[in-house]
Design a protein around this ligand. Sequence first.
Ligand code: ZN
Length: 387
Amino acid sequence: MLTLIRNANLFAPAPLGLRDVLIADGRIAAIDSTIELSGSFLWEELDASGKILIPGLVDSLVHITGGGGEGGPHTRVPPMQLSQAVNAGVTTLIGALGTDSVSRSLEDLVAKARALSTEGISAYCHTGSYQVPVKTLTGSIERDLLLVDVMLGTGEIAVADNRSSQPTLEELKKIVAASRVGGMLSGKAGTVLIHMGDAPDQLTLLDALFASTDLPKRQLQVTHINRSAALFEKAIGFAQRGGYVDFTTSTGGLMKWGEVSCAEGLQRLLQEGVPVSQITFSSDGQASLPIFDAEGQVVGIGVGEISSLWQEVKRCVSQGMALEVVLPVVTSSPAKLLGLSQKGVLATGKDADLLLLNDDLSIDGVMARGRWLKQNGVLQVKGTFES
Ligand code: ZN
């Protein structure tokens, strides 16, 4: 079945104006000002006048098997369901383990990524967890990347955090080098996702890594850079020197405890001359989130929402940023960094992962690999065990 989307206001993410888009066999077959079809074959035609068409979102950190557990076993967060990603407009995601690599496993992570891909989106994962030495599936980072199709890189490796293994510079060098070589051998990016914590040494270890090796900056994606104003200020310099930085979108509720808003932070980085290709947003979905009382005491525990990814993009736009300026951080920038060449852009030959948006940027339609998962605001497909 072919699908012809007519007259959509296309952001690829660059703004292309009104366009027709033809989808065949899960990919974009053509984009043009007018596409005419004739013949005896069947096609579905959709008038997208008044609608905005953008690439499906790429979320580079989701705890798809559930994160948390740091307040005891009853605080282990449940796994993510397909509908959560679809309703959030996420058509590509990267799963990762966090603090817990004892009751959580890479076997489970790989199986969950495969399950989500079978159910409809494109799901990948990283090997490892917060812990160093890195726990792997097949014995080494290189073997995991080369032998396990859905594994793209390594992480989250935690640094500057009381929950980390306090890795040394030498240990970190070995991890990043192994991920780089594993990436080379497997034709993947081999990115190492670094979880930045609250400790005062901040980015010191990462600066030392790049000062003492010739490892390229794009080998690291450093997340949670907006967790405090002090860390964010350091992250600006790190990004100006070529580093790749990632904002966490699901922790917006912590702003009164010092978190930098994604909108404010993105504007600042762009003003400071950091190319948008070095900036990503990720949801940290299904992580556990502390709930504080007025005095800052932890009184409960919540769950990071994958839907925060698009909410923060909308917040950027509501604060005056142009859609095409913000869109790369949730589409082309993470896709490129993670080596997902079929994702994050709308162009001929790319995967037909796309979102149809209403005027107010609410999500009307979600297509993943040519199949509608949501249409007219209604879910068309649910996860295997979702009612
Ligand atoms: Zn983290």
